[in-house]
Design a protein around this ligand. Structure first.
Ligand code: BEZ
Ligand code: FE
Length: 274
């Protein structure tokens, strides 16, 4: 007499199908992926109609991607996965500057700038000047000379330069700290802005009653020889979106006062370990 296969037995059969692979990590990842996918499907009692709506959503997400637009990363950001990856993969000790999302608007090869130089290459009538200074130190408070700060930020029209054309460059620069670990960057005060919302991710946000705003911030990658680089932002404490960032990137330790035309922040890097 034949008995019906249960969902648990079905899952085992699918998981075991990967076992002939020569790549143990791939097997581990795929076994866990199908375990959670099957559990999700059963937990919500997914209907055929919903499954096909999900497939259509992912198809549209793929169609939205090109060299400059990566809708899948935007999906990962808005579902909190990008931030979770930072949390589980960033190996620095407590006391080091906290990381946050990288975002899609970094450009390799930003101009090298001298200490105190302005990163403003294009002026907008809405610009409000900001002098951003601080230091880069190790965990013992010792200044790191020659540390690199690669900074980029949104313009005061709410767009990154690259959103206006691939060859546009504004509000970017790579700075090196002085012998005492200090730096000064002249820029404009960042503003709150919306993530690209004209694709499936925007639809998902609207359908779920979420907004598409990011609180005003300046991006930076801070690095130095022998130290773990940190990808992070500084957020303007005046923003009204600090508690509802569309990509869940805000950390209390990264919020600074940008009023009165200046802000200050001391970055801390952890040294690399063997
Ligand atoms: C950004 O801060 O530039 C950003 C981060 C995640 C998604 C979209 C934009
Ligand atoms: Fe940004």
């Amino acid at each position: 007499m034949s008995s019906r296969i249960t969902p648990a037995e079905h899952l085992k059969e699918v998981q075991n199908s990967f076992d002939d692979s020569m790549n143990p990590r791939l097997v581990e990842v795929l076994r866990a992926a199908v375990k959670h996918l099957h559990a999700f499907t059963a937990e919500v009692g997914l209907t055929h109609k919903e499954w096909f709506a999900g497939i259509d959503f992912l198809t549209q997400t793929g169609k939205m991607c090109d060299e400059v637009r990566q809708e899948f990363i935007l999906l990962s950001d808005t579902l909190g996965v990008s931030m979770l990856l930072e949390m589980i993969n960033y190996a620095a000790s407590d006391g080091a500057t906290e990381p946050t999302v990288f975002g899609p608007f970094h450009v390799d090869g930003a101009p090298n700038r001298k200490d105190g130089e302005s990163i403003i290459d294009q002026i907008f009538p809405t610009d409000s000047p900001l002098a951003f200074s601080g230091t880069v130190n190790d965990l013992n408070g010792k200044p790191i000379a020659g540390a690199s700060l690669d900074v980029w930020q949104v313009q005061s029209n709410g767009l990154y330069d690259v959103q206006q054309g691939a060859s546009q460059r504004n509000l970017r620069g790579v700075f090196k700290t002085n012998a005492d670990g200090s730096f000064t960057i002249n820029t404009v005060r960042p503003i709150d802005y919306t993530i690209p919302d004209d694709g499936p991710v925007g639809k998902m946000l609207r359908a779920s009653g979420r907004h598409q705003w990011r609180p005003a911030h300046i991006h930076m990658v801070v690095s130095a020889d022998g130290f773990i680089p940190v990808i992070t932002h500084l957020f303007d404490q005046a923003s009204k979106y600090l508690d509802s960032d569309a990509v869940f990137g805000v950390r209390d330790s990264l919020i600074v006062d940008m009023s009165n035309g200046h802000c200050n922040y001391d970055f801390v890097l952890d040294s690399t370990r063997e």
